[in-house]
Design a protein around this ligand. Structure first.
Ligand SMILES: *[C@@H]1O[C@H](CO)[C@@H](O)[C@H](O)[C@H]1NC(C)=O
Ligand SMILES: *[C@@H]1O[C@H](CO)[C@@H](O)[C@H](O)[C@H]1NC(C)=O
Ligand SMILES: *[C@@H]1O[C@H](CO)[C@@H](O)[C@H](O)[C@H]1NC(C)=O
Ligand SMILES: *[C@@H]1O[C@H](CO)[C@@H](O)[C@H](O)[C@H]1NC(C)=O
Ligand SMILES: *[C@@H]1O[C@H](CO)[C@@H](O)[C@H](O)[C@H]1NC(C)=O
Ligand SMILES: *[C@@H]1O[C@H](CO)[C@@H](O)[C@H](O)[C@H]1NC(C)=O
Ligand SMILES: *[C@@H]1O[C@H](CO)[C@@H](O)[C@H](O)[C@H]1NC(C)=O
Ligand SMILES: *[C@@H]1O[C@H](CO)[C@@H](O)[C@H](O)[C@H]1NC(C)=O
Ligand SMILES: *[C@@H]1O[C@H](CO)[C@@H](O)[C@H](O)[C@H]1NC(C)=O
Length: 506
């Protein structure tokens, strides 16, 4: 008896050993019921590019199938990562090797699924399947750029464990009547509904107010209507529980009634984009005055009026500020110089007057500065030379006077310099030759005199040189011939001699 038991035990141990061998299925191998569910799911899809070729009977361990991840404790499938890869042949057109077809309800068998990514596939204008709302453990759902159409199913609001929801860029006119369903997603931290039509979601801001964990909100190009003024409670400063850090509301129909809502996030926001809306008041101090954490602010392409408030000087952490394409007036405040971490500043296409403040030179990390298409006067301050990291400087289409400061030569990383359409006088400084990385130099339509300095020849990367419509004299320096990258050379409407020397270096 004892011997037989021992034998039994032995064969049992052998069996255990066999089972533990890789390939025969670990204790935590693929679960058959889930494997069948995946095969079902595959049958509903059209897999033109063979992306799911590893899904089949030749490999029984579905945990090793492409895009599938199992829990190494329970063996249950926890992730389906089926985003379509870019099609190498066409990748510059953003074409993907997409799956097409139907999303089978067999996915419901995957009860332990926490992560589902079907982005960049082509669901050909279908509905987002409402049953996805029953995958109650879901934490990450990405259906972006997948050609879904029609109304977002409110069942998604049942996914109370969801941390991240991305339905963006389904250009087939995905829409949501109201956003009531959203307010049940109490764990949500990341929400991207860009390009979902929310024009009917009048109370969208209240739905957002109910998401206590939201950190990242992207509602770009959602046809968002203005917040109805009646629903705005009295102005109170930042006492929302919503810890929003990133807010993109660009390309909508928002008006000034958005500002009181923003107060709720004024101390937490790092990134705020309100470009391409219908903001038409002045930039209100009360809304932006306390946004001292802001690193990125874009208010471009609105109809903002009035002058740039001094508060810009309080936003000392800002690295990107874009107020271009508005109707801002008055002068650029001296306090801009306090934004010492700024790397991009665009105030172009406004009606700014006065002179460029000396303090610009304090923005030593600036790499792009665009003040073009304004009515700026006075001379270009010497301090521009302190912006040694500048790669783009555009002061064109203003009424700047005086001469080009010698200090421009200190901006040795500059690749694009445009001072055209001003009233600049004096001669082109020799120091231009120090800007050896310059590829685009436009000084046209000024009143520059003297001769073209020999040093231009040192700008060997220059491909576009426009000095036309000035009062330049003398002959064209031989060194121009050394500018081997030059493609466009405009010198007309000057008093230059020796134009017969002109040749096109290729
Ligand atoms: C079993 O587990 C090992 C180690 O975790 C792994 O390398 C192997 O692929 C697994 N085999 C199966 C069939 O899951
Ligand atoms: C499960 O696998 C992941 C990698 O796939 C590994 O990082 C993790 O440590 C594993 N956990 C356990 C408990 O083995
Ligand atoms: C999207 O659905 C609407 C109806 O909701 C329909 O009119 C439209 O043609 C659909 N678009 C595509 C590309 O399927
Ligand atoms: C969703 O997928 C798209 C495309 O693959 C990706 O760019 C995006 O970052 C994903 N969203 C989230 C929240 O991870
Ligand atoms: C899911 O949501 C729908 C509508 O949003 C609701 O009718 C349904 O009862 C919910 N299901 C569960 C299981 O909570
Ligand atoms: C802010 O809200 C908290 C509760 O979340 C409350 O205790 C506090 O009094 C509020 N502060 C103001 C100024 O309303
Ligand atoms: C600010 O947040 C609180 C709490 O979420 C909310 O009650 C209030 O209505 C919000 N303010 C605005 C203007 O939406
Ligand atoms: C600003 O926009 C509001 C709302 O769209 C409008 O009622 C108002 O007339 C506009 N004001 C100006 C000066 O354009
Ligand atoms: C900043 O917030 C405080 C209250 O937290 C308020 O008293 C002050 O007026 C605000 N500043 C601006 C410029 O609105």
């Amino acid at each position: 008896m004892a011997g037989r038991s021992f034998q039994h035990l032995l064969s049992f141990l052998m069996l255990l050993l066999l089972c533990a061998k890789p390939g025969l299925g670990n204790v935590t191998g693929c679960i058959e019921r889930e494997r069948q569910a995946l095969l079902h799911f595959k049958r509903g899809l059209v897999d033109q590019f063979g992306l799911l070729s590893s899904w089949g009977d030749n490999n029984r361990d579905c945990c090793q199938w492409r895009g599938v991840q199992c829990s190494n404790q329970s063996g249950h499938i926890i992730m389906l990562h089926l985003l379509a890869p870019p099609n190498e042949e066409y990748d510059e057109y953003g074409i993907y090797q997409s799956l097409r077809g139907d999303i089978s309800p067999s996915l419901l068998e995957l009860e332990h699924l926490t992560h589902l990514d079907l982005s960049c596939n082509d669901f050909e204008g279908r509905h987002i399947p409402p049953f996805l709302g029953s995958l109650s453990r879901m934490q990450y759902l990405n259906l972006s750029h997948a050609h879904f159409n029609h109304t977002v199913p409110t069942q998604l609001g049942n996914l109370s464990n969801l941390l991240s929801l991305d339905l963006s860029d389904n250009y087939y006119h995905l829409n949501s009547g109201n956003l009531e369903w959203l307010s049940r997603l109490s764990s949500l931290r990341h929400l991207d509904l860009s390009s979902v039509d929310l024009s009917e979601a009048i109370h969208w801001s209240q739905a957002i107010n109910k998401l206590p964990s939201l950190i990242h909100l992207d509602l770009r190009h959602c046809y968002l209507p203005p917040i109805p003024s009646l629903t705005i409670p009295s102005l109170s400063h930042g006492n929302s529980s919503v810890p929003l850090v990133f807010l993109d509301l660009s390309w909508n129909y928002l008006t000034s009634s958005i500002y009181p809502w923003l107060l709720n996030f004024s101390t937490t926001l790092l990134h705020l984009d309100l470009s391409f809306n219908h903001l038409n008041s002045s930039i209100p101090e009360y809304a932006f005055g306390n946004m001292s954490s802001l690193e990125y602010l874009d208010l471009s392409f609105n109809q903002l009026r009035g002058s740039i408030p001094d508060i810009v000087g309080k936003m000392v952490l800002l690295s990107h500020l874009d107020l271009s394409y508005n109707q801002l007036q008055g002068s650029i405040p001296d306090t801009v110089g306090k934004m010492v971490l700024l790397s991009d500043l665009d105030l172009s296409n406004n009606q700014l007057r006065g002179s460029i403040p000396n303090t610009v030179g304090k923005m030593v990390l600036l790499s792009h500065l665009d003040l073009s298409y304004n009515q700026l006067q006075g001379s270009i301050p010497d301090t521009v030379g302190k912006m040694v990291l500048l790669s783009d400087l555009d002061l064109s289409r203003n009424q700047l006077q005086g001469s080009i400061p010698d200090t421009v030569g200190k901006m040795v990383l500059l690749s694009h310099l445009d001072l055209s359409c001003n009233q600049l006088q004096g001669s082109i400084p020799d120091t231009v030759g120090k800007m050896v990385l310059l590829s685009h130099l436009d000084l046209s339509l000024n009143q520059l005199q003297g001769s073209i300095p020999d040093t231009v020849g040192k700008m060997v990367l220059l491909s576009h040189l426009d000095l036309s419509l000035n009062q330049l004299q003398g002959s064209i320096p031989d060194t121009v011939g050394k500018m081997v990258s030059l493609k466009n050379l405009y010198l007309s409407q000057n008093h230059l001699q020796g134009l017969q020397l002109l040749f096109l270096p290729y």
